[in-house]
Design a protein around this ligand. Structure first.
Ligand code: NAD
Length: 441
């Protein structure tokens, strides 16, 4: 099929490349000229394992093309995926400016039936607003009085991929959710995804939008739940890692997303939780659980900072090594990363930060001032009064911890992800502090 994708970021680009991989002819669009220029020459501007090889393959075969013009992207395509950003406004509500802009631009260029698909995460009822925007902005030749003569559909197809394993997630989804208001839209979307042979859940538009809200918010809730448990573990001498293991074997609970640490970050959970709270408020419901999820997440970072202050005693002029900056491993994404809050708080108290991340440093350099960025973990550890583990990159598991200890001024580790084996580090002479590991660290 001829498919267009508007927005070539983490979601749009992965969607485009993977749709090409399963046999479609894809035109991918972005209004960032530098990005499109890079993509046309085969350069992937983000770090996402496996993406560059696939892009090179389908650029060469001509199955994927890039443009800055929505009109050009939409010309041949029947199905147009919208994958632009939906950031938070100051009040936490989703800012849908980019979505509206794209809908307007598509409408102006429409001359045949189109199916517009929301791939971006948007509040429930956004589909109705997109449809209205299309009707209002269609060229006069497609209108008769108040009636629109050109047929179109709007559908919701939320994306559940995770950065760091996005290609794998897209190709092997747990389920594909399709929110449609017509048989034609359902048929087209089923056809797009047919090669994936995945479970397809078909709903109306608003329900599909809600599935995405509810899924992300539930995962965030699991994280805040285990972080609350970790706080109590710390106080009663229990080990949250064992608690999570013991809970996780229960099929009704599951082990995933029960990792205690410095809380969730990234471009999705913080903003999607905020947007769901706002949507609930607008609909007249006070979503108390989710507000607490957010509070617990913030508290988790603060309590990590308090722990460092307590154990390090004086922060001013101390050298603090940071291993990991990205909001999670296997990505270069720094949006709402916990490292930003932790580093800024410690800098405000006069600490000198020496940081290393395998992929996120180019992005981190744009967001963090006064940090010494190092070329490897050992350079970051050199002369440090303590080491903070903030992102769970495999590379740090391979690190030579004896060498690290010898390079540091004081062998103190604050493990914000419960990533290291507390016992092993203790035996190597480190003073180790994890999250919720009372009695074990
Ligand atoms: P992103 O910022 O990486 O990409 C968005 C892209 O849209 C940018 O390249 C931007 O230049 C482009 N854009 C903005 N306005 C445009 C316009 N008018 N015309 C053409 N292009 C335009 O964002 P992302 O991480 O890919 O997220 C996109 C959406 O997908 C968001 O709603 C997000 O919540 C959702 N989502 C993200 C993930 C994830 O892991 N990143 C997962 C699931 C869903």
């Amino acid at each position: 099929m001829d498919v267009a994708i508007v927005g070539s970021g983490y979601v749009g680009l992965v969607t485009a490349v993977c749709l090409a991989h399963i046999g479609h002819s894809v035109v991918c669009c972005d209004n960032n000229e530098d990005k499109i220029k890079a993509l046309k020459s085969g350069h992937v501007p983000i770090y996402e394992p496996g993406l560059d090889d696939l892009l090179a393959k389908y650029l060469k075969s001509g199955r994927i093309a890039f443009t800055t013009s929505i009109g050009e992207a939409a010309k041949k395509a029947t199905v147009i995926f919208i994958a632009v950003g939906t950031p938070s406004k100051k009040n936490g509500d989703a800012d849908l400016t980019y979505i509206e802009n794209v809908a307007r631009e598509i409408a102006k260029n429409m001359d045949s039936y189109k199916l517009l698909v929301e791939k971006s995460t948007v509040p429930a009822q956004t589909g109705d607003r997109i449809a209205r925007t299309i009707r209002l902005n269609l060229p006069a030749r497609h209108k008769q009085g108040k009636n629109v003569t050109l047929e179109f559909d709007v559908a919701s197809n939320p994306e559940f991929l995770r950065e760091g394993s996005a290609v794998e997630d897209f190709m092997h989804p747990d389920r594909i959710v399709i929110g449609v208001e017509s048989k034609r839209a359902e048929r087209l979307l089923r056809e797009v995804y047919k090669p994936l042979k995945a479970t397809v859940v078909v709903t109306n538009l608003a329900t599909a939008e809600m599935i995405k809200h509810a899924s992300n918010s539930f995962l965030a809730t699991k994280i805040s739940f285990i972080n609350s448990v970790a706080q109590i573990c710390e106080r009663v001498g229990a080990d949250v890692e064992k608690v999570a293991e013991g809970m996780g074997y229960d099929k009704r609970i599951g082990r995933a997303f029960l990792n205690a640490g410095i809380g969730y970050g990234g471009s999705c959970f913080p903003k999607d939780v905020d947007a769901f709270v706002c949507l609930a408020e607008k609909s007249g419901y006070d979503f108390k659980i989710l507000k607490s999820v957010r509070d617990v997440n913030e508290h988790q970072r603060e309590s990590f900072i308090r722990l460092i202050e307590d154990k390090l005693w004086i922060i001013k002029d101390k050298t603090i090594a940071v291993w990991g900056l990205a909001f999670k491993s296997n990505t270069d994404d720094m949006r709402s990363a916990a490292s930003l809050t932790v580093i800024e708080a410690l800098q405000n108290e006069g600490a000198n930060i020496q940081a290393y991340d395998p992929q996120a440093m180019p992005n981190a350099k744009k967001m963090l001032k006064g940090v010494k960025f190092c070329h490897d973990p050992y350079a970051a550890a050199k002369g440090a009064d303590c080491l903070l583990l903030l992102t769970e990159w495999d590379e740090f598991k391979q690190a030579d911890m004896i060498k690290t200890r010898e390079l540091m001024r004081q062998a103190v580790i604050f493990d914000g992800r419960n990533f290291f084996d507390a016992k092993v580090l203790g035996e190597l002479g480190f003073e180790y502090y994890g999250i919720g590991r009372g009695g074990n660290a």
